[in-house]
Design a protein around this ligand. Structure first.
Ligand code: NCD
Length: 298
């Protein structure tokens, strides 16, 4: 089994990842951690795009379950000598890993690589495609906070067009019964999305998830002046005041303070779940690695 998209998972598997993720979350807060269920298994991380949270949390998750973890140094790899991605995949497969975690700038790469591998492949973000483990950790964070996901109004705002986080989250949260509202500047919305403006999206929302402008994926600069994006499309205290009284703020990171979100809102100890999302990332990735490697253990 591979995890290339939210569609890779059955409803039962989603439920299992969320409930196990919540259990690992508490487990990770204990001082003594001694689970070894992935003893003797090898997990390879191959990240062809930059990452702080996703890469480190996959490394920590695999380590915490007792696996041997190796992270490919892409900058120093033979890709730089002209080796094709398919040949790199065949090379990694020959080393008999038990799971491959891959991030790549081109959409569809994890599925392409999965076809060449004998072990489970986990998509850690493919271009503007999907980022299924981010959506799973976001859903687990919401469930931990609200005790449920069904019926929640979730506004996802910003650069929707380039966001694999938005794509996976929309699929997952709608499957779990949430109302997802998408909002952003017209040039950063996909053609197929029924989107609204940020003020309507935030009004009455239980959770507001802000997204970074993915300038590295834009053909032309937006031409915005400093502060202009925040004023027109970002989360300001004035805008957030129209959300539900107990609303929370989320962001997958990295944050661009003062661009898509006011710094003070990101730091709000009552309302911001941003660091909680990071903490949940380790826990949910433990649940994902456990699920995907289950049939490789006795
Ligand atoms: C995001 C990503 O890489 O898709 N970050 C993450 O994984 N937490 C979002 C982004 O880069 O803006």
């Amino acid at each position: 089994m591979h995890l290339t998209s939210i569609d890779s998972l059955s409803d039962d598997q989603i439920e299992r990842v969320l409930s196990e993720g919540l259990r690992w979350f508490d487990y990770n807060r204990q001082r003594r951690r001694n689970d070894h269920r992935l003893d003797g298994l090898t997990v390879i991380n191959a990240f062809f795009e930059n990452s702080t949270r996703t890469l480190l949390s996959f490394e920590i998750a695999a380590n915490r379950l007792g696996a041997q973890v190796v992270t490919m140094q892409v900058e120093h790899s033979s890709i730089k000598k002209g080796e094709t991605l398919d040949d790199t995949a065949r090379t990694l497969n020959a080393m008999r890993p038990d799971a491959l975690v891959i991030r790549h700038g081109t959409g569809g790469t994890p599925s392409e690589v999965a076809a060449l591998m004998d072990c489970p492949v986990i998509n850690a973000g493919d271009g503007t495609g999907e980022h299924p483990t981010q959506a799973l950790l976001d859903a687990a964070t919401l469930r931990r906070h609200f005790g449920r996901i069904e019926g929640l109004k979730v506004a996802i705002c910003g650069d929707i067009r380039h966001s694999r986080v938005a794509r996976s989250n929309r699929k997952l949260l709608e499957r779990l019964g949430a109302e997802v509202r998408l909002a952003g500047p017209p040039s950063l919305l996909p053609e197929d999305a029924d989107a609204t403006d940020i003020d309507s999206a935030v009004a009455g929302a239980d959770a507001v998830m802000m997204l970074r402008i993915q300038r590295e994926r834009l053909a032309d600069d937006l031409g915005d002046l400093p502060g202009e994006f925040l004023e027109n499309y970002g989360l300001t205290a004035a805008r957030f005041a129209s959300a539900a009284p107990q609303a929370v703020i989320m962001h997958p990171g990295p944050i661009n303070r003062g661009v898509e979100i006011e710094g003070a809102l990101a730091d709000d100890p009552e309302r911001s779940l941003i660091t909680r999302q990071v903490e949940m990332g380790v826990a949910v990735r433990m649940a994902v690695l456990d699920l995907l490697t289950a049939d490789r253990r006795d």
